[in-house]
Design a protein around this ligand. Sequence first.
Ligand code: T46
Length: 149
Amino acid sequence: MWMSFASQAFVATCQPDAPFDFENEEILTHFAILDLPTFSDPRGALTVLDGALPFLIKRTYWIYGADGQVRGGHRHQRTRQALIAITGSVSIYMNDGVISDNIVLDSPSRCLLVEPKDWHTMTFGPGSVLLIMSSHPYDRSEYIDTKYD
Ligand code: T46
């Protein structure tokens, strides 16, 4: 896996044969976007998420039917998440208390990592489906609803 810094996020191009080292995982300090390997041929495209996440997935959910809506508006105490707009376009506002950015997810091969410290809101474009993979089971008590100053 190689990484390059672009604006305030960094992009990592993942190789399916280079899984993340879970034992030495680190909390990322910048907004990270994974560029997932995609195999396209005349039959269509196939994108792979294979060992590329810096956490084990305990929960998956997806949000849809939210055209024009703004959702989220919190950060977490421990939950790490990975977001992919499977269809359409979703704009993610991120603020880690130091840096803020709007990151547009508009490709099913683009995956945004949302760390516990990252305050995030999601604004949904028409027909969008947002897939979320999460490091922990659902627990409303670990949400932090207070914005950074
Ligand atoms: C986040 C962003 C990206 C459950 O019962 N189990 C679950 O795993 C989740 C995620 C939600 N729910 C229930 C709780 C609420 O009654 O689903 C309802 C809607 O949840 P919420 O208003 O928290 O949805 P969003 O879109 O504002 O936020 C969600 C996640 O909750 C949050 O952790 O990071 O998506």
